[in-house]
Ligand binder design. Sequence first.
Ligand SMILES: Nc1nc2c(ncn2[C@@H]2O[C@H](COP(=O)(O)OP(=O)(O)OP(=O)(O)O)[C@@H](O)[C@H]2O)c(=O)[nH]1
Ligand SMILES: [Mg+2]
Length: 296
Amino acid sequence: MTGEQRCGFVGLVGRPNVGKSTLLNRILGQELSITAAKPQTTRHRIVGIHTRGEVQMVFVDTPGLHEARRNALNRVLNRTALSVIEEADCLVQVMQMPRITEADRALLKRLTPNAQALVVALNKIDRVPRTALLPVLEELGALAPDAQIVPVSARSGENLERLEALLQAQMPRCPFIYPADQLSDRSERFFVAEIVREQLTRQLGQELPYALSVETEGFVERDTGVEVSVLIWVERDSQKGIVVGRNGETLKRIGTLARRRMVELLGQRVHLTTWVKVKQGWVDDERALRALGYDT
Ligand SMILES: Nc1nc2c(ncn2[C@@H]2O[C@H](COP(=O)(O)OP(=O)(O)OP(=O)(O)O)[C@@H](O)[C@H]2O)c(=O)[nH]1
Ligand SMILES: [Mg+2]
């Protein structure tokens, strides 16, 4: 019955690499938002819809907030992350063990005066001994006396039920926004590009992921499966060489891993073609960013 339904937006925010996307995926039980052991993996606002019984929680995963203002992409990522603060019914700031940092404190300070409920998910507790938790929890309690603090492990799933219960309790009375079986508001076209970027980010060295963007050029469903073609944009010729690798081996490996994930996502056969192109200076060009699908 619609009258009993509750529904709202939960914004996931925090500095890069603390585990926001892993947390979302774990709650959803699906690898929706791409993850990697490198900062700035998430570049878009990713909606993940979680409906259980009469409660629908619309999670919004965001890019990690960071200080760097090197280029337009950095600025766009921060803007995308901050926009969720206004629209969410409830905010989850993700932090990670073993310690909270100056950047965590600065963001917490920014979030505390907001009207909506604030939850701090202290993530990655699996990597520290129990005894390490107490001083950090005490520090957080003193910094944000009104926030609810939940130690969790997005990797092992520890304590996520408690986090979910807390968030559910914050959802206002409101009819569902999305059908109960919908998982995201993004298209399959969007996710196939993300899957390729995930593998590029994971497989390539430290710096290269920041010079890359991926765009779906073709997505055609046929009787024999889905034909996907993606463009990988880099900034320089030398980067193209690294992505392709000797005899095309690097790109081939990335393509194989990405295709496997696409088969899982789409539940059909996938034919994947990848092209690497050079677009000089795209990371500092708002128009190019818009054309590549960023929320400038
Ligand atoms: N040990 C441990 N590692 C975790 C946990 N949660 C996430 N990670 C790892 O932390 C790294 C970053 O995870 P992401 O989910 O991509 O982090 P993020 O906050 O979304 O990062 P950005 O999108 O770049 O801001 C990945 O290597 C994850 O596997 C956890 O609970 N425990
Ligand atoms: Mg992320």
